[in-house]
Design a protein around this ligand. Structure first.
Ligand SMILES: O=P(O)(O)OC[C@H]1O[C@H](O)[C@H](O)[C@@H](O)[C@@H]1O
Length: 285
C-alpha cells in the first residue's frame, strides 16, 4: 500500500519531504523542482547546500540539484541556465511505497516562458529514493506543432568534507571542453583531483563515475550514473570565483563538487509530440 505525502514547508517554501520505509530521506521544493536534500538510509546528507543560498521566488538556489532547462549556462539568448530552476513547478504525485518514496513534479510553458522561448513543452521531474540510492529523472515532451531544440542538466552539488581529500574516477581518455581555458582537451589520468577553478564538459559519457573521499578511517564513495544525457559537467569555482559569488561563503568551494548529468554539446531535438528523458542515479556505496 502506498501512502500519499502532503506538501509541507521547508526553507519557507512549498516542499515534498520524501521518506522511504528504510529511512532514506529527500526534500524537493516546488520552486524550481529543486532537490535540496538527500540522506540515504543510515547515512548523512550527501548534497551541498550553501548556507548563504537565497530561497525566494524567481531566484536560483545555490546547492542541491538545480534543473537546467532549456539552456545550459550562457550558451544562448535566455537567462543563465534557462528558466526552469526559478519557476514554480506543480505537484503531480508524492507517495511512500512499500520500499521506496517517489515524487513527480511538472512544469509547463506559460505566457512568461513563451515570451522568451516560443515553444509548448511539458517537463516532468521524478525523484525516487530507496536505501542508499536516489534516481532523478527529467523528461520533456514537445506539446507544440513545431520541433524545438534545448540543452539541459541536472546540476548536482555533491557535498564533500574537504575538496583536497576528494577525487573523481571514471573519466579516463575522455574528450572535454575546458570552459576555463576555452579549448577542447583529453583527460589523461584516471583520477581527477579537483583543485582550484575547474569547469569542464565531458562528452559521450559511457562509464559510471565515482566520487571518492578519504575520511579519517574510511573512504566515502558515491557512484554517479547517467542515462539519456551524453555529457557530464564537473565544476568547482575555486577560491577566487567562489569569493565573487554572493550566495556562497568564501570557503564554500572546499565543501562541494558539482557532477552534472547534461546534454550540451549536441542539443536535444524534439519533433511535435516527441519525448525525451534523462536520468542521474546517485548511490552511496
Ligand atoms: O552560478 P550559476 O549560474 O548557478 O552557474 C554555476 C556553474 O554552472 C555550471 O557548472 C557551469 O559549467 C559553470 O560555468 C557555472 O559557473
Amino acid at each position: 500500500m502506498s501512502k500519499p505525502i502532503a506538501i509541507s514547508r521547508v526553507h519557507d517554501m512549498d516542499a515534498i519531504e520524501l521518506v522511504s520505509p528504510d529511512g532514506a530521506r529527500a526534500t524537493l521544493l516546488l520552486h524550481g523542482g529543486h532537490l535540496v536534500s538527500w540522506q540515504p538510509a543510515g547515512a548523512d546528507e550527501q548534497l551541498y547546500m550553501s548556507p548563504k543560498s537565497v530561497f525566494a521566488s524567481g531566484q536560483a538556489i545555490r546547492g542541491g540539484v538545480p534543473v537546467i532547462f532549456p539552456q545550459f549556462a550562457a550558451r544562448g539568448p535566455l537567462q543563465r541556465h534557462g528558466f526552469a530552476r526559478t519557476k514554480p513547478w506543480s505537484l503531480v504525485s508524492a507517495e511512500q511505497g512499500k520500499d521506496d518514496a517517489l515524487a513527480v513534479l511538472r512544469l509547463c510553458d506559460d505566457a512568461a516562458t513563451r515570451m522568451f522561448w516560443p515553444h509548448a513543452f511539458e517537463l516532468e521531474l521524478s525523484v525516487r529514493i530507496s536505501g542508499r540510492e536516489i534516481q532523478i529523472e527529467l523528461a520533456c515532451e514537445n506539446k507544440g506543432e513545431e520541433a524545438f531544440e534545448f540543452t539541459a542538466a541536472l546540476h548536482s552539488y555533491l557535498r564533500v568534507a574537504d575538496l583536497d581529500s576528494t577525487s573523481l574516477q571514471g573519466l579516463t581518455a575522455m574528450r572535454y571542453w575546458d570552459s576555463v581555458d576555452e579549448m577542447e582537451k583529453v583527460q589523461r589520468v584516471d583520477l581527477l583531483l579537483p583543485g582550484g577553478d575547474l569547469d569542464r564538459i565531458y562528452h559521450r559519457v559511457r562509464e559510471d563515475l565515482t566520487l571518492k573521499e578519504r575520511l579519517a578511517t574510511t573512504e566515502r564513495r558515491v557512484q554517479i550514473r547517467q542515462q539519456g544525457f551524453e555529457d557530464a559537467v564537473v565544476w568547482n569555482p575555486g577560491a577566487e570565483k567562489c569569493a565573487a559569488l554572493a550566495d556562497m561563503p568564501a570557503d564554500g568551494y572546499k565543501q562541494m563538487l558539482c557532477v552534472e548529468a547534461a546534454a550540451i554539446e549536441v542539443p536535444l531535438r524534439l519533433a511535435a509530440s516527441e519525448s525525451w528523458s534523462g536520468m542521474q542515479t546517485l548511490t552511496l556505496l
